[in-house]
Design a protein. Structure first.
Length: 183
C-alpha cells in the first residue's frame, strides 16, 4: 500500500495545480513547496538515503528543465517549473524526464487544438515562426507573458496529463514510465 503513496501524492498535486492554473493562471509556491518536501520525506521513508538522492535528482532534473526553458526564452512559467520540480521530488528523475516528454507532446497537440478551435491556426504558426526567428537571429527571448490571455494554455494541464501517462505506464511496465515501442 505504501508503494502507491508517491503516485497518490503526485495525482493530488497535479489535480490541484490544474485547478489553480485554470482559475487564477498561477501555480502557487504554497502548493508546490509542501508537495516537494512531502516527496523528499516519503522517498526517505520508503527508500532511505537512496530515496533522498533520487528525490534530489528529481528536483535537479526540474531545475534543468528550467534552465533549458530559459535558454530559449521563458517558455514555461515559474509555477510550471516548480510543479515539475515537485513532481521530480516525488517520483524521481527518470519519471520527470518522461513526464516532460509526454507533457511536450500533449502541450503541442492541445496548442494546435486551441488554435484550430479559435480559427487562428495559420496566424498562430506565423507568430510562432516570427518569435523563433526573433529568438534565433535577434537574440530576443520568447516569454510566456507575451501570450495573449485568450491564447494562453494553462500548462498545468499538459503537465498533469504527461505525469499521469507516465504513472500509468509505470504500472503497466513494472515501474518504467517509458512508452513501449515495438515488441
Amino acid at each position: 500500500m505504501t508503494e502507491h503513496l508517491p503516485a497518490a501524492l503526485m495525482v493530488v498535486l497535479v489535480g490541484i495545480a490544474v485547478y489553480t492554473d485554470v482559475r487564477s493562471e498561477k501555480i502557487p509556491n504554497q502548493l508546490t513547496a509542501p508537495f516537494a518536501i512531502a516527496g523528499l520525506v516519503v522517498s526517505v521513508a520508503l527508500h532511505g538515503v537512496d530515496g533522498l538522492l533520487n528525490s534530489l535528482e528529481g528536483l535537479g532534473v526540474g531545475l534543468a528543465v528550467f534552465l533549458l526553458s530559459s535558454l530559449f526564452g521563458r517558455l514555461l512559467g515559474g509555477g510550471d517549473i516548480k510543479l515539475l520540480m515537485a513532481i521530480g521530488a516525488i517520483q524521481g528523475p527518470l519519471f520527470l524526464v518522461w513526464t516532460a516528454v509526454y507533457m511536450a507532446l500533449v502541450g503541442g497537440v492541445l496548442a494546435i487544438g486551441v488554435s484550430v478551435a479559435r480559427k487562428d491556426f495559420l496566424a498562430s504558426l506565423r507568430r510562432l515562426g516570427g518569435g523563433l526567428m526573433m529568438r534565433l537571429f535577434a537574440r530576443t527571448p520568447l516569454d510566456v507573458k507575451d501570450a495573449k490571455p485568450a491564447g494562453r494554455l494553462p500548462y498545468a494541464i499538459p503537465i498533469a496529463i504527461g505525469s499521469i501517462v507516465a504513472q500509468v505506464l509505470c504500472y503497466v511496465n513494472n515501474g518504467s514510465p517509458v512508452f513501449p515501442l515495438g515488441g
